[in-house]
Design a protein around this ligand. Structure first.
Ligand code: ATP
Length: 309
């Protein structure tokens, strides 16, 4: 008979007794951390996402591919609560989250966007610190009077920001304005800011768009290191070589529906996938050329605020 004495202390693995990584505490390892059940999204008469089921588990990288207009970004927006699906439901650790970006981030989901959304006139360190504020607790009054708690949290936030900049490989750029960083480094900075929110799931929308082949390989290596921390990663990308090298599982969407899903080997050799891409370009892109850069409508790298912080 088990007694209270036999119970493993909270935060430890019941099998081994080892301390669990913080991001795994409170997570049921037997269920997908992120799940979409029969999700559809309509814009008037257009069905952008059509009865899609999807799962992501901690410690795996799932790729989402499909030709232009397949519904990838719309589906991403449904997963992250930016859109409320017109049918079906999305659960995070078994719970439907409220459609409020801050609540979604606090629950443990962070994302980056197709078009880089940094605070261009803030330093790299400050951009990461902004991401962290959803986890700090000093209230408005403490912040105004800059009390002890505020100053201590601010110091810790700064230290964490520097560690994250190191982790993503731009440790020497903390004092540089975001707009002065190279395009590849801005993408790394976006990832550092997303990590500052302590996510369990990280969603990356075209993380290598605009990168040269060397930057793309570095991004691949960085995403693997993040997966190895125990996070679930969902990534949209047009660069097929990148996706098939990186992902544990790949889901191919066409016209809002799942065409094929499986291991990279299964998906890349599927005749339907090959056909879906014929003539659309991305699968045939010259790897020696950087992918086309997407700009903000105003032509900048984004003065706008972030929805993931
Ligand atoms: N806010 C919106 N209002 C109306 N239609 C939309 C909206 N957002 C997307 N769509 C339409 O939904 C379909 C899917 O678009 P979506 O951007 O999700 O595709 P995608 O696979 O991400 O494409 P890309 O690879 O080009 O980014 C397209 O036909 C698009 O025009």
């Amino acid at each position: 008979m088990s007694t209270a004495h036999d119970e493993p202390p909270p935060g430890t693995d019941p099998e081994t007794g080892e301390q669990l990584a913080p991001q795994l505490m409170g997570i049921d390892p037997d269920r997908p951390i992120l799940e979409a059940q029969d999700v559809s999204m309509r814009f008037g008469g257009l069905v952008a996402v059509d009865h899609v089921g999807f799962q992501a588990r901690l410690g795996e990288i799932v790729g989402l591919i499909g030709p232009n207009g397949a519904g990838k970004t719309t589906f991403f927006n449904c997963l992250t609560g930016l859109y409320q699906p017109t049918a079906g439901r999305v659960t995070f650790n078994g719970t439907v989250l409220p459609p409020k970006p801050r609540k979604v981030v606090q629950a443990g989901m962070a994302r980056t966007f197709q078009n880089i959304r940094l605070f261009a006139n803030m330093t790299a360190r400050e951009n990461v610190m902004v991401g962290r504020y959803c986890r700090t607790s000093a209230g408005p009054f403490t912040s105004i009077i800059r009390g002890f708690k505020y100053r201590r949290e601010e110091r810790e936030t700064e230290q964490l920001a520097d560690q994250l900049l190191d982790f993503v490989g731009i440790g020497g750029s903390g004092d540089h304005l975001a707009r002065n960083l190279s395009y590849g480094d801005q993408r790394r900075l976006e990832i550092a800011r997303a990590l500052a929110t302590e996510p369990k799931v990280l969603l990356l929308d075209e993380p290598t768009a605009g990168m040269n082949p060397q930057e793309t390989r570095q991004a691949e290596e960085l995403i693997r290191r993040i997966r190895d921390l125990g996070l679930a990663i969902v990534v949209i990308e047009h660069d097929m070589r990148f996706i098939f090298n990186l992902c544990d599982r790949v889901v191919c969407l066409v016209q809002g529906k799942i065409l094929v899903e499986g291991t990279p080997e299964v998906v890349q050799s599927d005749p339907q996938v090959i056909e879906a891409y014929i003539g659309t370009g991305p699968a045939e892109r010259d790897e020696t050329e950087p992918a086309p850069r997407r700009a903000e409508p105003d032509g900048t790298v984004g003065e706008r605020g972030t929805r993931d912080a």
